[in-house]
Design a protein. Sequence first.
Length: 225
Amino acid sequence: MGIRKGCLAAGVVAALLAGAGGCTSDGGEPVAEAAPTTEHACENGTYVWFNVDRRDVLTGVAEKQKLGKGGGALTHEVTPLHTPRVAVAFEEGPAIDAEAVLRSLGTRTGDVDGADDDAGFTDVRRPAPDPRTVGTEMDGAGTFVNYSWVKQVVADFTYTCGTAGRTTGRATSWVVDGSGVLECSLPVEGAREGDPALAAARFSCGPHAPATKPGKGPASRPASS
């Protein structure tokens, strides 16, 4: 059994939200932005980053699908579970350019190095990937689950510059989106707690399926764009 064809999700993230402040979603992302003061902080100040969290996150999963001898196409649509974003939520202090905040975060995590493809990490206007674009064909029998994921980066920060005061907030972005397929009757090789493959199996395979348990052997990586 093997994968003959896989179509990956594309694109990157989305939205700078406005509203009342500093709260987060279950995934630890910014979900609201408190308006900073009308005073603007000077440039070339100092960022301090903490609570930095960089992990793979399940963004969508399909219902399990049983295929007979010879395999076939997986036709069950991936249901979106989580929408990743590029965003900055300010809690207090002078206004800062969101792109500058995200560039600092990307430099801190090693996801921004000045290359042309760094733009997605700092662009709050880019759309989120659509996990429903995943499509795969299998060449063997089994009970399969399609899923999608992103590598998400979330962190809190403080920024100080001159005498304008301190700005605090939280920033989030992501650097990879991809898709995978698992077989419910087999452990996912190399999967550890927190792996999106395990989360997908627990959604769709059932609580006692072998794919819901951490795997053995070298860690494997699902396909990515």
